[in-house]
Design a binder for this molecule. Sequence first.
Ligand SMILES: Nc1ncnc2c1ncn2[C@@H]1O[C@H](COP(=O)(O)OP(=O)(O)OP(=O)(O)O)[C@@H](O)[C@H]1O
Ligand SMILES: [Mg+2]
Length: 320
Amino acid sequence: MTLLMAENIKAYYFTRMGTIRAVDGVSLGVDKGMVLGVIGESGCGKSTFINTLMMNIRSPLRFIEGRVELDGLVISEMSREQLKKDIWGKLVALVPQSALNALMPTMKIRDFIVDAVRQHQDLPKEEIVGMARRRFEELNLPSDTLNLYPHELSGGMRQRAVIAIATLLNPKLLLADEVTSALDVSTQKQVLNLLADLRKRRIIDSVVYVSHDIAVVRQVADKMAVMYAGKVVEVAPTEDMIAKPLHPYTTALVNSVLTLEPEVRKRELSYLPGEPPSLINPPRGCRFHPRCSFAKEKCETEEPPLVEVSEKRLVSCHLF
Ligand SMILES: Nc1ncnc2c1ncn2[C@@H]1O[C@H](COP(=O)(O)OP(=O)(O)OP(=O)(O)O)[C@@H](O)[C@H]1O
Ligand SMILES: [Mg+2]
C-alpha cells in the first residue's frame, strides 16, 4: 500500500543569482510501514525535496509542477491554510534539518509543545501537557524534561524531545532531515531507537529519513533513494544497493563511505573527481556525465529516464 506518492515534482528557488533547480522532476513513492532513506552529497536537493513532500513551500522556493498524494489526499492542490489545519502534524510531520537549534531558548519545553500543538489543534493547555507527559513516558523519555529549558538538555535528549513533540498527534508519515548528523555515535543510536519505538508502538507508520551518511541510513532504511543534482538517480532495497550499486554515482558514494565493509572492499575503489554541478545551469543530458568515467556521447545530450531494471530496482543511467 502506498502512503505517499510524489509524481514529477519540480521546485525551484528564485534568487537574484538565478533560478536554482533544486528538485527537478522527481517521482518517488513511500509504502505504508516503510522507512525510505534519501542520500546524496550536500546541496543535491534532499532538504528541498522532503519539504515538497509535505508541500512546505516558502519563498524564494516555488512549486513549479508535480503532484503529491498523501493517504489518498492530493496535498499539492491544497492551500497553506488547509495544510496547516488538516495535514501538518496530523498526517505528516517534519523534523527539519536545524531542529536541534529550533527550540526557543527562553521557553520551557512544555510551553513550546503547547504552542506547537495549537498550530494544528485548539486544545486546552493542561490537556496538551498531559498528552505530552504520557507520550514522553510511553517512549521512556524523562517527563520532567517538560519543565526544563532547551539549554538544560543534552543534544541527544533535545533531538529526541523534538521528535516526540513532532509526532504527538500521531502522523502517519514522519519526515526526518539529518536528525542524527550533529550527534556522536552513541547518541545517534538513541535517536534511531526512538524512531524504531515510534513505529513499533504504531504512533507513526512510515519514515522518510534524509541523511548524507549512508552508514546511518543503512541502519534504519528498508529502501534507499539516491539524489544527485536535483534528481533521483537510483532507488533500491537498502542492502541490494550496498551490495551492488548500479549508477556510477551510487557506486562512488557507497565506496567512499563504506570502504571497511568486506563486500565493498572486494570491488575496485572508484574515485569521484570534481564536485556537484551548479543547479542554476546544470549539465545537459545526464547531470552526472562530467564526473562519470563511463560517460558516452549519448550521456552528454540525452537525459536518462529513471527506469525499472530489475525487481524493485530503478536507475537513471544509459549504461542500463
Ligand atoms: N532558502 C534558499 N534560498 C535559495 N537557495 C536555496 C535555499 N535553500 C537551499 N537552496 C539551494 O538549493 C539547492 C539544494 O539545497 P538543499 O538544502 O535542498 O540540499 P541538501 O541536499 O539538503 O544539502 P545538505 O546536505 O547540505 O543539507 C542548493 O543549491 C542550495 O544552495
Ligand atoms: Mg539538507
